[in-house]
Write a protein that binds this ligand. Structure first.
Ligand SMILES: [Zn+2]
Length: 139
């Protein structure tokens, strides 16, 4: 892959992020903003993904987010199915090691240990609970 100044700027931006970022955030980053259109940003991320340079984290029915793949570093995230927010999930090393052992015991060679847990965040969860009493009042 040819490393153009634009791709270099995208990699630099991604390298500085701890959390997955959207295509819009990448497009607005220094060295990228005003240098290319949204299609180029999308195509470049697709290229990075195909080359295993970035990992795509999907938020259901929402935008796709991208995160740089760092060898030896695994990223665990909680993804809300309702609002699409993402939180980092810190798992103890021994938990990750247990998962790795279970995977290897199946004769599987893991290439990485990324984990995304989908569910409902506390904010959305609280929102649906506060709606419940009002619907009861209508009965
Ligand atoms: Zn939510």
């Amino acid at each position: 892959m040819r490393l153009t100044p634009l791709r270099q700027a995208m990699l630099a931006f991604l390298a500085a992020q701890r959390m997955p970022v959207s295509l819009e955030m990448i497009a607005q980053a220094d060295g990228i903003r005003g240098q290319c259109d949204a299609t180029t940003v999308y195509r470049t991320q697709a290229l990075f993904k195909a080359a295993d340079i970035v990992r795509q984290v999907g938020t259901p029915g929402k935008v796709s987010l991208f995160l740089l793949n760092v060898p030896g570093e695994s990223g665990q995230f909680l993804v809300c199915r309702r609002c699409g927010c993402i939180k980092e999930l810190a798992l103890p090393g021994q938990t990750l090691e247990s998962v790795r052992r279970a995977v290897v015991a199946q004769g599987f060679s893991p290439s990485g240990q990324d984990c995304e847990v989908y569910g409902v965040c506390p904010t959305c969860s609280a929102g649906s609970q506060s709606q419940a009493p009002s619907s009861k009042l209508l009965r």
